[in-house]
Design a protein. Structure first.
Lengths: 119, 916
């Protein structure tokens, strides 16, 4: 699929961070379907992140197998049958762990980047 | 932590109703797409454009579905199934290959499984008792200055000292086993009785199935005070038909009245699983079993086995260290005993340097195991080597096939199959092959184990069986899969390392091998030759050792018509003098039987591994420090020398007139016969006739016996032990527990002799059982059963390995010749002689063989030391063995190299040059 040259520059979603974003979304908004999660990430990222929405499902399945989220069938806003995901207890713990990890790393990277040349 | 478990569980669940979940996911995606499309149309984008944008936004749905499907299920199983069916098809398509490979593996695995079946039962099984790993056996080494009744024996007072004073053990118990005459009602039979200390059952954690078992408080207090019997469960079932009213029944054990008080738990059969008793009796009753002798208080008689349960925190090693101190103190106390007052300072010094040994005994103690353990270990090693040879062979075949399938593999790689997938596929094929081989191997192993057990004399193998059980099947499974990985991995790695482009470029139909494939195959053949060399050298070593033992001069003549049987009148209730007369009357009866040339009897059966040895006193001879004063005894009836065909060199045989006038227990022997080795050591060239000898030690008159004859040397326990200095007393003068082993020389070997002899004994007293009835040459063969076992099997293993190696070499050389067809054709076209071509191929084959042997020789040399304890009269590094093995291997490998070589030399140049 050739890429249009006129598209704005967007960043690839970092490997592993999608899980974190989805967990956080579910934690913040509660029960959501895949479409809703994708919308939320799109909205929050303000179109900076380039996201194949399909990959959300890969992530969802992976986390479900880890036991961090659970799913059930329900009706969407316009009464369509949809699968809803919610975060589990283990998921909340995992989210806390990953947040901490993320902050630690981003802190380190931030410090490295802020080193001045003359130091 | 266990997240992979979560995932696996989820995947397992996912694998079920996989199709249903695929459909679910489909609808989920569709819903998402629709919502996306609606989102765009709601922003005023035309419907067609909106669908396109939604698709782009979502990404490749097909790939996603595929990934979801894989992620959701345990892909492994599905792929495995697919690969399995593929592999089956491959194996069926190539039947010759499959047959050869499966047969090779079946031989290798079968050999290993049969040896393991026996090894497992004899060596690896733990006793079915509580915490067998905390059990240890205690005994000691060094000169005990007294009598010893077998391996690892301890005196009873020493056991009591250990039990009271040792700190490293929760409890110490002792046992020994004795044959006994057991009768209830009017039926009497011979059983094995295990004499045990009172704490025996508690320490082992074995309870009763009925009634009670012994306890220290009730059954170990008074000398001869506990006439009670516990039956083994098996004996209770077979002899008493599991009668619950057996408790309280009065029985006679060696004619001594006792009472049955209990039946032991079903799976409990003592600490020697291969000499399982039928009854247990408290050890305080030992004098009932060792008639005419009471060693319960005798520190100079070692006759019991001592076991203990380690205290928590102790290992066998640390327990030994603490016990050694106590042991030494006991020895110091013993030196003050009257029995040791006459011992020389030199002997006492050595006596005090004795060491106690504490060894883990989780599988109990068994003479049978001691006898066969090393042999079985050696055989297991040889079987493993043979399996390696078989593996190399199959690996070789697989490489050849991978080479033939290169195109197919290259196409797979070219159209996108991963190398991992291909390797997996090839490995599945290997595993399937080796499982087939394993299955065939198990069938072979049943036959193999039966054959193996045939080498163990019937009387000794009662508790062994050839049935493969779950453990054995598990062993075979592990071996098979392990084998598959060993022989399958290299070819799979090799076969998939392809230059796809060049392989595909070559015209179809040609057989092209990468040079690496051939190099690996050659290396495998070299390995096979080296391993075969090891096995052949071993086979040579063991069979030469066996031949040496067989050819050793026994000193007996025409032993194929010397018949022997054993009876024990005393155990059937005869007193000592009664028994002596009974035996003499049987001999008289036998002598009047037609076809019998002579008859006699001895107290200790010869060629039976047993012995009677103790220190000798020789009048006028002062033992030098370190001089071996041990002599080996027997007590004989008149006629022994004539019956056994042993020449009397000087003097005469015993006569009935030599019998002692009275038969009091203090009677000392008046006359003795010695063998040549004894005479030579003590008297040199002077005649020993008239000189006086006797038992050293307690007697006030140690040299009571006058030497009346000298005879030629003969074997005693068996060929391995060789000739000892021997002293013979008249049976009529012996006052020990009297069983008698009869020897009868018949005019010719006949199957009627033994029944006739049985008839004579039965007519004299129907209550006396006869046992060990056979011929003397069979006795001799029995003493060599271990040696024969190793020799025969090592020949089989060596032979099979050589055949497999030859097959391997043939395969490689044939392959090389095909690859070189064009080159050879060119050479012939250019005028090369046929013989030159033949030689060039043969040279390559002999090169491989030489390298293999070159590797094998030093390894064989190194392994030699391990085998040296097993061989007799031959050094493990005997060059003649090596020469034999080399010649045999050279012959076979040259033959297998010759066929391809001849084919090469017969190549027609025109055909070869067109060949592509």
């Amino acid at each position: 699929m050739p890429k249009g040259t006129d598209e704005p520059k967007r960043s690839e979603v970092l490997q592993g961070t999608l899980d974190l974003m989805i967990l956080k979304t579910l934690h913040a908004l509660g029960r959501q379907h895949g479409f809703g999660i994708a919308r939320r990430i799109e909205q929050v990222s303000q179109n900076v992140l380039q996201l194949n929405e399909g990959t959300v499902y890969t992530s969802l399945l992976r986390m479900q197998q880890q036991g961090w989220i659970s799913s059930d069938w329900g009706a969407s806003d316009n009464n369509r049958k949809a699968k809803f995901y919610s975060i589990t207890k283990a998921g909340v713990k995992q989210l806390a762990r990953e947040c901490e990890e993320w902050e630690r790393i981003s802190g380190v990277i931030g410090r490295v980047l802020s080193l001045s040349a003359e130091g | 932590m266990f997240s992979w478990l979560h995932v696996l569980a989820a995947k397992m669940r996912g694998s079920v109703r996989s199709g249903h979940r695929d459909a679910e996911f489909d609808s989920e995606i569709q819903a998402h797409m629709q919502m996306l499309t609606e989102l765009y149309t709601s922003k005023g984008i035309p419907a067609e454009e909106a669908v396109f944008m939604a698709r782009r936004q979502f990404g490749n749905a097909t790939v996603l579905k595929e990934h979801q499907h894989e992620q959701r299920s345990v892909l492994f199983f599905q792929t495995l199934w697919r690969q399995l069916t593929l592999a089956v098809r491959q194996l069926l398509a190539n039947r010759l290959f499959t047959t050869v490979a499966v047969l090779s593996l079946a031989l290798g695995i079968g050999a290993n499984t049969s040896v393991f079946t026996v090894l497992d039962q004899l060596i690896l099984r733990l006793l079915p008792v509580q915490h067998p790993e905390r059990l240890v056996m205690i005994w000691s080494t060094g000169p005990h200055l007294g009598n010893n009744d077998g391996n690892r024996r301890v005196s009873y007072p020493m056991y009591q000292d250990f039990a009271k004073r040792a700190t490293a053990f929760d409890s110490v118990f002792c046992r020994t086993s004795e044959p006994a005459d057991f009768s209830t009602g009017n039926r009497s039979e011979r059983v094995v009785a295990e004499l045990v200390s009172g704490n025996y059952f508690q320490t082992l954690g074995a309870g009763p199935a009925l009634g009670r078992v012994f306890s220290s408080s009730a059954d170990d207090r008074r000398h001869m005070g506990h006439p009670v019997v516990v039956l083994t469960h098996a004996y209770w079932v077979s002899r008493f038909a599991a009668d619950p009213h057996v408790i309280g029944r009065k029985v006679l054990v060696n004619k001594y009245p006792m009472e049955i008080v209990g039946v032991a738990a079903p799976n409990f059969s003592g600490v020697d699983p291969y000499d399982a008793p039928q009854i247990f009796v408290p050890i305080q009753m030992a004098p009932v079993f060792t008639l005419g002798r009471d060693d319960l208080g005798n520190r100079r008689s070692q006759w019991i086995h001592v076991f203990a349960r380690l205290k928590a925190g102790y290992t066998a090693h640390s327990a030994r260290a603490s016990l050694q101190v106590l042991f030494h103190n006991i020895l110091v106390e013993e030196t003050h005993d009257p029995e040791l007052r006459t011992a020389s300072a030199y002997d006492l010094q050595k006596f005090l340097r004795r060491n106690v040994i504490v060894e883990p005994a989780a599988n109990g103690y068994s003479e049978l195991r001691q006898q066969y353990a090393t042999a079985l270990m050696v055989l297991m090693g040889m079987a493993a080597l043979m399996l390696l040879v078989a593996c190399s062979n199959v690996a070789n075949l697989l490489i050849a096939r991978a080479a033939a399938r290169q195109k197919e593999l290259a196409i797979h790689l070219a159209i996108g199959a991963g190398r991992k997938t291909l390797i997996g596929r090839l490995l599945v094929e290997s595993v399937l092959l080796s499982l087939l081989g394993g299955a065939a191997g198990v069938l072979l192993a049943v036959g193999g184990s039966i054959a193996l057990l045939d080498f163990i004399p019937e009387s000794e193998r009662v508790m062994l069986h050839a049935r493969p059980d779950l453990r054995i099947l598990l062993f075979t499974l592990v071996v098979s899969v392990g084998t598959a990985v060993i022989f399958g991995l290299a070819p799979a790695l090799q076969g998939t390392r392809l230059d796809v482009w060049t392989t595909l470029k070559n015209s179809t139909g040609s057989v092209v091998g990468t040079s690496g494939g051939v190099r690996l195959r050659k290396a495998l053949v070299v390995g096979q030759v080296a391993l075969s060399f090891l096995l052949l050298a071993g086979a040579g070593l063991f069979s030469k050792s066996l031949a040496n033992l067989k050819n050793i001069n026994t000193g007996f003549t025409d032993i194929d018509r010397v018949y022997t049987f054993e009876i024990d009148a005393q155990k059937a209730g005869y007193g000592i003098s009664q028994a002596r007369l009974f035996y003499a009357r049987i001999r008289d009866k036998i002598l009047t039987t037609p076809g019998i040339q002579s008859a006699s009897y001895a107290m200790v059966p010869v060629l039976n591994s047993g012995e009677w040895d103790t220190r000798i006193a020789v009048e006028g001879h002062t033992p030098k420090d370190g001089e071996d004063m041990q002599a080996y005894y027997n007590a004989l009836s008149p006629g022994y020398w004539k019956t056994m065909g042993i020449p009397i060199l000087e003097g005469r045989d015993f006569e009935d007139g030599d019998r002692a006038q009275t038969a009091s227990p203090d009677e000392k022997p008046n006359v003795a016969i010695v063998n040549r080795a004894f005479a030579k050591h003590f008297f040199g060239n002077a005649s020993p006739l008239g000189r006086r000898i006797g038992f050293a030690g307690a007697h006030s008159d140690p040299t009571s016996a006058r030497i009346i004859g000298v005879t030629e040397n003969t074997l005693y326990e068996g060929p391995r032990a060789g000739v000892h200095r021997q002293v013979f007393f008249a049976f009529m003068e012996a006052n020990y527990p009297l069983s008698a082993t009869f020897y009868v020389r018949a005019a010719k070997r006949s199957s009627e002799v033994l029944p006739a002899l049985r008839g004579i004994v039965a007519r004299m007293d129907p209550n006396i059982p006869i046992y060990d009835a056979t011929t003397l040459d069979e006795k001799l063969a029995t003493t060599l059963s271990t040696e024969r076992l190793i020799a025969m099997l090592s020949i089989v293993f060596g032979g099979l390995a050589t055949i497999l190696a030859a097959l391997g070499l043939y395969g490689v050389m044939a392959f090389v010749v095909v690859r070189r067809t064009k080159e050879i054709g060119l050479r012939i076209a250019l005028g090369a002689k046929q013989s030159a071509v033949l030689w060039s191929v043969l040279r390559e084959a002999s090169m491989l063989m030489s390298i293999g042997i070159g590797i094998g020789v030093p390894i064989a040399y190194l392994l030699g030391w391990y085998a040296s304890s097993q061989v007799f009269g031959v050094t493990a590094t005997d060059p003649s063995l090596y020469v034999m093995a080399v010649l045999l291997l050279a012959g076979v490998t040259m033959a297998s190299g010759f066929l391809p070589a001849r084919r090469a030399s017969a190549v027609a140049p025109t055909v070869a040059l067109r060949y592509e």
